[in-house]
Design a protein around this ligand. Sequence first.
Ligand SMILES: [Mg+2]
Length: 357
Amino acid sequence: MIMRIIFLVDMDYFYVACEEIRRPEIRGKPAVVGSDPKGGKGRGVVMTCNYPARKFGLHSGMPISMAYRMKPDAIYLPVDFDYYDAVSKKVMDLARSFADRFEQVSVDEAYLDVSKKVKDYEGALEYAKLIKDEVRERIGLPCSVGIGTSKLIAKMACEKAKPDGIKLVKEEESKGFIAPMKIGDLYGVGRKTREQLEHLGYKTVGDLAKANPMDMMDRFGTYGVLLHKYANGIDESDIIENYTVMSIGRELTFDADTDRSEDAVAAIRKLSNEVIGEVNKAGMSFKTITIKLRYSDFSEHLKSRSIKNSNNVNDIINVATELYFRNFEKGRKLRKIGVRVSNLIKYRGQKKIGEFS
Ligand SMILES: [Mg+2]
């Protein structure tokens, strides 16, 4: 068998790093991209924070109010998906030019098959350094590169490469590399599965590697067999070439400013149906749903949530409606509402929706 060399290129603290390009003055200072903290009373979460902020215990997904209590003098910036999408496009176009085959996973992550580009592990390390240097020089962003002979190992190596590093795991080292890791760190294991596996006594990846695959089949079906393979460092899945577009959105201005939730929900339904029409026409799937609320005083709020890849209109409606109810400020009137999906991906040929669901 010819050995494969797979890279996972993952941008470091991507949203804040993008902000650092256009606001160099925030470099090296604790900075957060997320919801408005409103002096500790804000709702919503930290989307991304940079490493200086992480030193104070901040992390992505944390309630913004908690982040504010821990580090009130950090720099808090609103989310600007259009800008991050534009930067992402540049990064991905550049990264793609280094690959034999290329699969974008999200706005800031992609697998590169470089098996024909490099001769050996030594060459792979040099090539990864070249890519890192080019991304830094041309776009001004740090990234990390995980290198392995499968997507699984490239992905798990990349976690160890962060920030701003390269980690290579040779084929013969793969199983030993992941064995001591916590079971929750195994690729494909979500929170629920982690709890189930821990309950069964599988605390580390190595524990799971020794499990009886028939047991795993009985308990988790083919997904369990797949996890057992992963735990043994085995992943034969191929790079699936794809490409992305920025985002697709629609907006609606109310005939008269309104504070009625019925009006907002009806508008969300209408806009979601228009958006999914465009998504389907393009044959894409999306990960992120954003609503825009513009009030009668023209102040504007954007709220987003990411889910698993989807092309279902109900996912847009449900997430957008929930975001509306969680964030609409009572006593104010809406002038305009918008629904947008981003992190759009198109797979050539094979669809990839519902993986690990
Ligand atoms: Mg990243």
